[in-house]
Every structure is written in structure tokens, then in C-alpha cells.
Design a binder for this molecule. Sequence first.
Ligand code: ATR
Length: 278
Amino acid sequence: MATPDRYAVFGHPISHSLSPRIHRLFARQTGQPLAYDAQDVPADAFEAAVTSFLSDGGRGLNCTVPLKELAFRIADRLSPRARRAQAVNTLALQADGCLLGDNTDGAGLVRDLTANLGLRLSGQRLLILGAGGATRGILAPLLEHAPAAVVIANRTAARAVTLEHEFRDLGPVTGCGLETLADAAPCDLILNATAASLSGELPPLPPGILAPGGACYDLAYGQRPTPFVRWGQAHGARLSVDGIGMLVEQAAEAFALWRGIRPETGPVIAVLTADRER
Ligand code: ATR
């Protein structure tokens, strides 16, 4: 049997990554001969680890926290969406030996919101909590869907305002501090892109900020509902979910870039959901 092509996810920490499970399910579903592993790679070992992986026959990588900005810097070529995000979550070795950097996070989020969850983005008021790398990765794909407004609210207001200036050529985006939300108009969709969920915390939110019939989406995910998902449930959200669907969708985009085949995501989301309920 031919040796399978090698792929991996690099990050630090990485032991809880679901990416190997997802990509192995995709490989089985599509009949693609590939191996996919997780490697714990701290930032200061990243370049050497990439070089060694590629010289051992590696074909592509996913990069997660804290490596996305470093991956952006080492890529030989960038997709337009990676250039906008200034972050790379997928590296693909090209036929000419160049390393292409792409960012599939935003496309994965939009696909989960629209195709899987049936949410409309056009004409809607969106609120994004947080102004770090995660927000930077999703702004352009969200603005492509012509929302009425995208408000970025961050604990440190200045970072939200920086993103406003960087992305306002793409649509109606404004940046502010979290405390400003008390005076803001209600929003149809609130996206939590802060790192607060990871430490079991919740950014402070005024109760009226979610419009009646609005939805809540946490880009983070966990074994149990995150504090933000619970906030949405407690404040009348029609839908309040975490980012497991985004995780699978961004992985499918990466798989398609590497293999030229887009796997079906629904069955894989169902397997991961069943894993969690166990
Ligand atoms: P990432 O790449 O995951 O976005 P990051 O660039 O470090 O990581 O950004 C983390 C984001 O979560 C920031 O918007 C941060 O707010 P600050 O810019 O004020 O630091 C936000 N964040 C982290 N912990 C938070 C908390 N407990 N409450 C509110 N916001 C928080």
C-alpha cells in the first residue's frame, strides 16, 4: 500500500485538539490516503518544527494558538483572506515547493452560521465581542454578507477602534469598549470572539443587547456549554451555540485546499456532538 500523505496540527497546548479526529473522519469519508497528527509546538520552536515536518515529507499543516501570526510570517505566498486576517491557520505545500498560507476560520464560521444554522447575515446588526486575532480572522468574511452593522466591542476599546480603521473599507464596522454597549441598539447576532470562555469567564453584557429572536454564537467550544452560550440561553436567544460547527467547517476548507475534495461536514459534526454527549 502507498504511504499516506502526512498532515498535522501544530499548537501549544494541543493535547485536547479535535483536529486529528475531524481530519481522520474526513479521510475515511472521502477515501483519501492521509495521516494527520497533533504536535505540541511552542512559538520559539515553530520554524524548526515546520522545516523538519516538510523535510520528512509533510504536505500541509494547521496552525492554532499561539502560532497563527507566525505561520502568516513564514508563508511564501498568502491567500487574499489570510493577508486581510494577518493570520494563517492552514499551510499547504505547493507543487513548486512554495508554502501557501490560507485562513479558513472566517469562511468556516460563515458556513456554520448560514448553511448549518440557517441564520441570515444580510441586513442584520452583528455584535462581535473581542478584538484579538479571532476577530481579525472573521471580519472580512462576515462583511462580505452585507450586514446592516458590525459592532466590535472590546475590554480594551483601542484595539476595537484599530480594527474599525483597518476594515471599514469593507463595510459598516465600528469599534468601542464593552461599557459602551449599555447605550447600543439591540443586536440580531452576538458572536463571542474573546478568550474569556477559555477561563470560564463572561464579558459583561447589558441584558437588552440581544434583540428579541436574536442568536448567540461562541467561537470557543467545550465539553459543556460555555458561560456565553448559557448567557444566551438565559436571555431568550432563539439559538445559542458554541463553535464546534465552525471548527469542523474550517477543517473542511483546509482539507479541500490540500486534497481538492470537500468532505461532507454534517456527519462529522454529528459524530463530535455524540462524542460530547457521552
Ligand atoms: P485570540 O487570538 O484568541 O483572539 P488575543 O489576540 O489574545 O487572542 O485576544 C483575546 C481577546 O479576548 C481580546 O479581545 C481580549 O480583550 P483585551 O484586548 O482587552 O485583552 C479578550 N479577553 C480575554 N479575556 C477576557 C475577559 N475575561 N473578558 C473580556 N474580554 C477578554
